[in-house]
Structures are given as structure tokens and as C-alpha cells.
Design a protein around this ligand. Structure first.
Ligand code: BG6
Length: 485
């Protein structure tokens, strides 16, 4: 059997600074908008966000998995796992504590120097997300975050420092994590718009789309800048692929699903890969009474800032239809109708490996540029046995079935260059603000209130993934890949 994964395939794993690092006020770091997202009691998606750090609120991201103090040991474990790539993010407020200083914080820069040094020691390639939901809190309070165009300059100063300082050390960059999540209500929080209630979707839609435009401009300028500073830089977009199938074969459902795919998934890729707004967006904005504020130079900025690769997160799918009386499921910040053919995780995220093949083909047919899956995984409550073992065979099952579909997509002709499942080690869940929803190959001993030793335990999936990487995807689920065909 020929191996479907290319020799240089980037087998990796992912985390983000705000969810894994902790050390929120160490080394001169300022607070970020994630640092003031408190954990909800029931782990549901809508959580407290404040304008300041309140002493009586428990903020899980402030200690998180304490990667900040433990990165050497963690990276040693990543090497043992066999990672060829590590997708991580840089905390903006570690580099610019308030987001808008004229000089960067040297201690913060040094921290990432050391992280990159450790990764290099083990030949692990960093894939760096410049902004993964954790903009400096000061900019949120000062400007209302990305709702203001003023964010762009601060972001670009930050980018310039990163591209210059880490030139030659980082080759793959992602400008914004899940940029299209600004199109769903939760995005208003991560965009740093602290004053806007996230539940009034209609009120916030215009604001969110304008904020998204500011991020498009910031991203395009960053891409152009990154290429100028180092022509070897490969800079990508990152889309949360929220795949929704038509609930029935009724033409109205098909059309609704098409529009969902255009607006929620394709709009961002179209702007960032092709360099201009698609025509369907004009119609949609008009219909929603959205008058996008664009400067005369914006069109050219977008044209000059096209990305080199497309990256995405893929966790689940759901359905969409015109019938209102539907059983609904939610997951990865979206709500949709239940698919009777799919099983769901304990958090209700419907598991759909075959959907990944559909998505990969859909995206590649449209753009014909390299694709990376930079998030995919299963959030579960993991149990540690008395002798410190975690038997997460459900995670192995989830991941192996997705990898199988990746291999098939490569056979379909998709240029898939990397896979960094979520997550390298357990970290704070974004939607719930809790630790109990775990994704990692490595267990971290801490709970929702921050109790625990922070000890690391290699899960069963750790050993399984180690073998997947070693065999370049030939052996998944402990069996040969071709037995799944
Ligand atoms: C993605 C985000 O949406 O999903 C991650 O990029 C997040 O930051 C991941 O952690 C899983 O979501 P959750 O809510 O289960 O942590």
C-alpha cells in the first residue's frame, strides 16, 4: 500500500497561550480579555466578562496548565510524542502589556525565545497564531476592541515586533484564530468588545461585521508585512469550519445550508485567500441593513494581503432547515439541528469524520492552496486510575476516524500539509471556562477551581498518536490504515 501522507507532513498538536500558559501577571504581562472571562458554573457558553480583574471571581485562564513555568518539561514530552509541529499562540499582552506601548516588553519576548529554542532542540516546527482570542484588556476598554479601527495599528506594531524578533525561527504564521467566529455572538467577547451584550444577536451583527472588516484589514497588512520582512514566511488564515448539512432535501433547506456555508464559512476564506469580498456578501449586507465602513484604500490592502495557506478547525457538524420545531444541538460556538445519523460527545458536539472529507474537498476545490487542519479533537471528562493511567480510547477512536478521512481526502487530491489536533495537553476550555472538558494527549492535574498538583500524565492516546506519527499515518487505531477502507 502506498502511504497517503506526504513525507514532510506536519504531524503536530495545538494549544493557545490564553488557555495553556497561565502566568497571566508574570514577566511583565498585562491582562487580556481571556484573563477576565470567568468560568461558568455549568460550563455553558455564556460567561462573565468584566472590564477589570475582580478579586472575588475565579478566572481559570490565569493559572491554566501553567505552561509558562513548565514549558521545558512540556516540550520534552512533545518531543517524546514525536511531534513535528507545535501550533501555539503568542500572548499579545506578554509582548505589549497594554497593547499600545511604543516599546515591547523584553521579558515577554525572551519567554518565546526560550520556547522556540526548546522546540528547535527537538526539531519541532512552531506554527504561531498571532492572536488567539486574547487581545490586551486595555485595548478592549480603550477602544471597545476590534469594533474600532484603531486596533489595527496596535496589532501591526505587535506583528512587526514578532516578525522581526522571530525571523528565521518561525516560518508558519496564522494571523487570527477562527476569524469567522466574529460572525457568531460569542465572537463579540473574544473581539474584546466588553460593553456589548452578546445575547442580542441582531443588535450586535452590524458591530461584529464591522469588527471583522477591521480584522481583515489588519490580517492583510500583516501578511504583506510578514512577506516583506522574510520572504520565507508562510502566513495563513484560520477558519472555524461550521459545517451544516441541509436538514432535508427540501429545496429551501438546501438553499439555507448554502447561504450558511457562504456567510459563516466561505466569506472569510474568500476575502483572505482571494483578496476581495464576494458578491454574495454585498447582497447579504444589504439585506441585513449593514453598511460596511470601508476606506478607499481598503480594497487594495485586501488584494495585497492574500494568505499562503488555509487553516481550519474542524470538530463537528450539524444541520440546518427552515422548520423551526427542531431538536437543536450546539458545539464549537454554533447551534444547529440534530443530525439523527450522528453520535455526539458528552458536550453534545456531533461527531462526523466523513464531514471532514466533504469540508476538505469543498475548501480545496474553491481555493487550490495548501490546507492545514490546526484544530480537531474531542472534549471529554477523563478519569485517572489509581495507578495514574488515563484510558481515553474514545479519543483514539475519534481522532483515528478523522485521520482516516484526511488520508482519503489526500487521495481525492487535497493538498493537506499538516494536522495539529486540539490539544497537545489539557487546557482551559474556551466555551465553558473549565478544566474538566479535556482534549489533551497529556493529562494535567488541575480542576475547575485550580486545585491539583499540575502533574502531567501521558494518556493512552499519547502512545497511540506517537505510533501514528512514527508510521506517518500508516497505522491508526493500532491497525493498518488500509483496514479502514
Ligand atoms: C476552538 C478554539 O473554537 O475550539 C479553541 O479555537 C477552543 O480555543 C476549541 O478551546 C475547543 O472549544 P472548547 O470550547 O471546548 O474549549
Amino acid at each position: 500500500m502506498t502511504n497517503k501522507f506526504p513525507e514532510n507532513f506536519l504531524w503536530g498538536a495545538a494549544t493557545s497561550a490564553g488557555q495553556v500558559e497561565g502566568g497571566w501577571d508574570k514577566g511583565g504581562k498585562g491582562p487580556s480579555v481571556l484573563d477576565v472571562l470567568g468560568g461558568s458554573i455549568d460550563g455553558s457558553a455564556f460567561r462573565i466578562q468584566t472590564h477589570e480583574v475582580k478579586p472575588d471571581v475565579y478566572y481559570p485562564g490565569q493559572v491554566a496548565s501553567d505552561f509558562y513555568h513548565n514549558f521545558k518539561e512540556d516540550i520534552r514530552l512533545f518531543a517524546e510524542l514525536g511531534l513535528k509541529a507545535y501550533r501555539m499562540s503568542i500572548a499579545w499582552s506578554r509582548i505589549f502589556p497594554n497593547g499600545d506601548e511604543t516599546e515591547p516588553n523584553e521579558e515577554g519576548l525572551k519567554f518565546y525565545d526560550e520556547v522556540f529554542h526548546e522546540l528547535k532542540k527537538y526539531n519541532i516546527e512552531p506554527i504561531v497564531t498571532i492572536l488567539h482570542y486574547d487581545a490586551p484588556l486595555n485595548l478592549a476598554n480603550k477602544f471597545g476592541g476590534w469594533t474600532s479601527r484603531d486596533m489595527i495599528n496596535s496589532y501591526l506594531n505587535y506583528c512587526e515586533v514578532l516578525f522581526t524578533r522571530y525571523k528565521g525561527k518561525v516560518k508558519h504564521w496564522i494571523t487570527f484564530n477562527e476569524i469567522n467566529c466574529l460572525l457568531v455572538p460569542f465572537g463579540i467577547l473574544t473581539a474584546g468588545a466588553v460593553n456589548i451584550p452578546i445575547k442580542s444577536e441582531e443588535n450586535t451583527k452590524k458591530i461584529r461585521i464591522q469588527a471583522l472588516h477591521h480584522q481583515f484589514i489588519a490580517s492583510a497588512k500583516a501578511v504583506a508585512m510578514g512577506h516583506e520582512i522574510d520572504e520565507d514566511n508562510k502566513i495563513g488564515c484560520m477558519i472555524a469550519y461550521m459545517c451544516s448539512y441541509p436538514l432535508t432535501c427540501r429545496p429551501e433547506d438546501i438553499r439555507l445550508a448554502q447561504e450558511h456555508d457562504q456567510i459563516k464559512n466561505m466569506l472569510c476564506g474568500d476575502v483572505q485567500v482571494r483578496g476581495y469580498y464576494p458578491r454574495y456578501a454585498e447582497r447579504y449586507f444589504k439585506e441585513k441593513n449593514i453598511e460596511l465602513q470601508m476606506l478607499p484604500e481598503d480594497e487594495e490592502i485586501l488584494r495585497k494581503g492574500k494568505v499562503d495557506f488555509y487553516s481550519m478547525s474542524y470538530y463537528m457538524t450539524n444541520c440546518i432547515g427552515i422548520e423551526e420545531d427542531q431538536e437543536m444541538m450546539s458545539g464549537n460556538l454554533v447551534i444547529g439541528a440534530k443530525n439523527p445519523y450522528l453520535k455526539a460527545t458528552e458536550w453534545g458536539w456531533q461527531i462526523d469524520p466523513l464531514g471532514l472529507r466533504w469540508v476538505l474537498n469543498n475548501v480545496y476545490d474553491r481555493y487550490q492552496i495548501p490546507i492545514m487542519i490546526v484544530e480537531n479533537g474531542m472534549g471529554t471528562t477523563d478519569i485517572v486510575t489509581e495507578d495514574d493511567k488515563v484510558f481515553d480510547d474514545y479519543r483514539i477512536d475519534y481522532l483515528s476516524r478523522h485521520i482516516d478521512q484526511m488520508a482519503k481526502s489526500i487521495e481525492d487530491g487535497v493538498e493537506l500539509i499538516g494536522y495539529t489536533p486540539w490539544s497537545a495537553l489539557d487546557l482551559v476550555s474556551l466555551s465553558g471556562g473549565t478544566m474538566r472538558k479535556r482534549y489533551g494527549f497529556i493529562y494535567v492535574d488541575t480542576d475547575d477551581q485550580g486545585n491539583g498538583t499540575l502533574k502531567r500524565i501521558k494518556k493512552e492516546s499519547f502512545y497511540w498518536y506517537q505510533n501514528v506519527i512514527k508510521t506517518n499515518g500508516q497505522e491508526i487505531n493500532g491497525t493498518k490504515l488500509n483496514q479502514f477502507q
